[in-house]
Design a protein around this ligand. Structure first.
Ligand SMILES: *Cc1c(COP(=O)(O)O)cnc(C)c1O
Length: 224
């Protein structure tokens, strides 16, 4: 189980304190906010007390921010289109191909690969972010064809509700989809993870098989 501490609106100083307590995986939902914060954290943004620090983009990514995103983040949880995957691949390939010195290498070893999760909107409503369940396999095929992208699994955000039990069918559906997809695209069993569960519903998400939970307010308090 991976705990991603979601630090949107949380100041750099508080993030330092979280690192001192042993947290090593952090999540942001905006590229610009992450850029400012990583700059404020300096070298600590990548390593604290000998432990590598990893940054996850959990919010929506616009294609025109792909260049910055590949420099800042180790993982992106919000892949929802082939165009976005292809743009990230293009940026990573350029980066690896010579222009790397211009940028800080990312946390993990400076390798120009990026972990990605496909975001799925399990009820398939077209207005919500995430791809439709029936489009997941085609998108996974695109990602698997991108040599610099590592397909880590699926992510979902259930519709907001004060009652966590309303989230359960969404989490269960994502787990089923993951199982079907793993077979369909020929990935090893167990290699595809589930990024699901936030402060209000992480217990239910864990019961339904979450591998990665993304927690903000339960760690840092209400956002203002
Ligand atoms: C803000 C956010 C979280 C964390 O939400 P909390 O309810 O504060 O735990 C998790 N995932 C995404 C995509 C978010 O935007």
């Amino acid at each position: 189980m991976t705990l991603v501490a979601v630090t949107k609106t949380v100041p750099a100083e508080l993030i330092r304190q979280a690192m001192a307590l042993g947290l090593v995986e952090f999540g942001e939902n905006r590229v610009q906010e992450a850029r400012d914060k990583l700059a404020a954290l300096g070298a600590q943004a990548r390593q604290h007390d000998g432990h590598p620090i990893r940054w996850h983009l959990v919010g929506r990514l616009q294609r025109n921010k792909a260049r910055h995103a590949v420099e800042l983040f180790d993982a992106i949880h919000s892949i929802d289109s082939a165009e976005l995957a292809t743009e990230l691949e293009r940026r990573l390939a350029n980066w690896a191909g010579g222009s790397r010195q211009r940028h800080e290498p990312r946390a993990t070893s400076g390798e120009a690969t990026l972990d990605v999760f496909i975001q799925v909107h399990v009820t398939g409503e077209p207005t919500k972010s995430g791809c439709r369940p029936q489009d997941t396999e085609a998108l996974a095929d695109v990602v698997l064809d991108c040599p610099h992208l590592r397909l880590k699994g699926l992510m979902t955000i259930p519709p907001f509700s004060h009652d966590p039990k309303h989230a359960r069918p969404h989490f269960r559906r994502l787990a089923e989809l993951r199982d079907t997809l793993t077979r369909a695209v020929g990935q090893p069993f167990g290699s595809m993870k589930l990024s699901m569960g936030m402060s209000g519903d992480f217990e239910v998400a864990i019961e339904e098989g979450a591998d990665v939970i993304r927690i903000g307010t339960a760690l840092f308090g209400e956002r203002t």
